[in-house]
Design a binder for this molecule. Sequence first.
Ligand code: NDP
Length: 394
Amino acid sequence: MKRLSIFGATGSIGQNTIDLVRRARAEYQVVALTGGANVALLARDAIDLRAEIAVTAFPERLEDLRAALAGSGVKAAAGPAALAEAAAMPADWVMSAIIGAAGLEPGLIALQQGATLALANKESLVTAGPLVMRTVAQHQAQLLPVDSEHSAIFQGLVGERIEDVERITITASGGAFRDWPLDQMAAATPAQAATHPNWDMGQRITIDSASMFNKALEVIETKEFFGVRPDQIEVLVHPESLVHALVGFRDGAQMAHVGTADMRHAIGYALHYPARLPLPVPRLNLAQVGQLNFYAPDPARYPALRLAWDVMEIGGMAGCIFNAAKESALDAFIAGHIGFLDMAQVVEKTLNKLAADRSLIQAEMSLETVKQTDKIARRLAQDFAMPQMTTDKG
Ligand code: NDP
């Protein structure tokens, strides 16, 4: 029986993972389920899957979690230390699906136990790619991608040598504002940005898709995961979201991964790897689709994308700064303090200012230095968002 834990169990990826686990529950022993504010859902699933422990990230939610678990035999715990302890509980397979940089530490701890980490939390690799990859190697752990593009690349590389790869193409839907005029995008609301044309995902990643910050994170994730050069990575807008990525080889062949927009494919691939087992995902009928479209992204529409290459060129802690500033700018946008297009400006200013500090950028990468840099970048991004808050309020 496979022992598994799900970090971020109450989110979009977490719930899709639970759907697959529930369908074959006799094969799994659930160790830990973790969530945030939604303790009712966390408790329901923990009881249903007979988890050993349920952990909420937020200490103020512990009493409610305890009450919801009363009499079930499932242990309750709360806070970052409890998340770390849950990550240290022996498990064969761990889903990393917390949103944001908060997902880094539990993932590192799971890798230190030698677990297979199914990585949806792309922020881990953007923030601390070298540290994550070093931890995998040191502990003979395994890292499997769950982002649909990276799962597609991974599958395209089965039986291949990375040195034969010429180019990796990841696709982007173009997000909610793909066809909007730029001036209208400037006035877009969080609710409008949180509507995805093709994928059903959490609010934050959906807004990041509209701005292409999500794609920028994925470009950096591609470099860190597969060890390719930045100039080998390209992004194409593909409005249908059916081709998730292409791997181009030096003989001119390109291997494309094609499938419906259902995250249970990538999650299921990571859950059963290296086997391929039947999955309850809709099958694609290409004759019905008829036509697939691709075009290069417009840099004026998606300034966030260009920043990914700046980050890779700067190196070191630039990814950590970029992600933290992005999370801060996104908070400010969701709170209605800055406009949609201001997010990229806030991030660029933060990155430029901190990139000048060589000792910060080149600091030796450890969990502690990453956390410190993250804090500095968040604070500065908040400062950059402030004047715009004043302007907005007139
Ligand atoms: P959601 O917002 O739907 O879920 C996030 C999860 O993290 C929830 O369980 C939430 O708890 C929990 N959480 C929130 N804040 C914290 C915190 N501070 N500490 C610990 N846990 C917290 O996100 P998604 O499922 O959409 O995304 C999860 C990750 O997967 C992200 O890194 C995203 O980029 C990546 N990803 C997502 C895809 C998708 O289809 N959704 C596709 C590819 C990658 P609660 O809800 O109870 O508050």
